[in-house]
Design a binder for this molecule. Structure first.
Ligand SMILES: [Cu+2]
Length: 311
């Protein structure tokens, strides 16, 4: 959707070149254009930090994220003249000679497509969000809360955190109050893979998904000259890839010694030879059914003929 109004406050500034590195720092990301249904974590830099360069006849970054009411600044750091204009009615920078700057704020949530009328292949978009939201970690372990943080435009006094329920409806699960810097954070419980968003009236953040980590169980049992290592998960992760790792004391790290796939019953069994193993652990490199990666605790490998170790 494109919201464009003729009443947009347009501020054109002539000034020194901005720092092109600042424009590149906000790297473009491949995210769907509709903010309310985005699955990806958005990047909303601090206010006034959103700068778009034009070097080599390319708007960079191609996609910029801002909050409602906050400016995007285009800097002509190229050697030739350009302009910035929406395809429909809206803003138009007018001709920008090398070195010129142009700033635009956006009063409505949505995605704004723009281009250079002098070079029709130059185009980009601005995604305007009501609220910014991100998760501190991509996944949470069983019973662990997810830490969400975000930023609200000026004037927002309270933010509600909502979780997508099993029935497809959004339910309020927490709240946060933006500080003087307009940043807010909240801890919310997770029960399996979760999707969250922040809301304040009509203002919405994109959807932030937090994967869940399964619990990985490992046991190592000596069977004659070899070691049998059994792996299982809770909840079941049938078809998930699992790596068996052993601790290498000299390298202070775990090294993968075998790989496998969990069965339909979410089990895997590895047989290790007579080589000396001190401690082993299992890593689910990619979970299934919305679960993320997970690592078991390390268990000791029994050494003696009578050794028997269970975790
Ligand atoms: Cu141009």
């Amino acid at each position: 959707m494109i919201h464009v109004r003729r009443s947009l406050a347009v501020v054109a500034l002539l000034g020194a070149l901005g720092d092109p590195a600042a424009a590149r720092a906000a790297a473009p990301h491949d995210m769907p254009p509709a903010p309310a249904t985005s699955n990806a974590t958005m990047m909303v830099p601090a206010e006034a930090a959103v700068v778009v360069g034009m070097k080599g006849k390319i708007f960079a970054p191609g996609t910029s994220d801002v909050l409602v009411g906050e400016p995007v600044t285009w800097v002509n750091d190229d050697g030739t003249a350009h302009d910035v204009a929406t395809f429909a009615d809206g803003f138009d920078s007018g001709r920008m000679e090398a070195g010129a700057r142009f700033s635009q704020t956006f009063p409505e949530q949505g995605t704004y497509q723009y281009h250079c009328t002098l070079h029709r292949f130059m185009f980009g978009s601005v995604r305007v969000f009501g609220l910014a939201l991100g998760a501190a970690a991509r996944s949470a372990g069983p019973g662990q809360p997810a830490t969400l943080s975000g930023r609200a435009p000026a004037g927002v006094e309270a933010v509600t955190i909502e979780r997508l329920g099993a029935g497809g409806a959004w339910e309020a699960v927490g709240g946060a109050v933006p500080g003087a810097d307009r940043a807010f954070s909240a801890q919310v419980a997770t029960t399996g893979p979760s999707a969250f968003r922040a809301r304040s009236g009509e203002l919405l953040s994109p959807v932030v998904r937090v994967a869940a980590r399964p619990i990985v169980h490992v046991s190592a049992t000596r069977r004659g000259a070899s070691i049998a290592v059994a792996v299982s998960t809770d909840p079941a992760q049938p078809g998930a890839r699992v790596a068996l790792q052993h601790y290498v004391r000299e390298r202070f790290t775990f090294v993968t010694v075998a790989r496998g796939t969990l069965t339909r019953a979410s089990h895997a069994t590895f047989s290790l030879g007579s080589r000396h193993y001190e401690r082993v652990r299992a890593v689910i490199t990619q979970g299934v059914r919305g679960y993320g990666s997970a690592t078991s605790t390390a268990v000791g490998v029994p050494t003696g003929a009578h050794g028997h170790h269970h975790h």
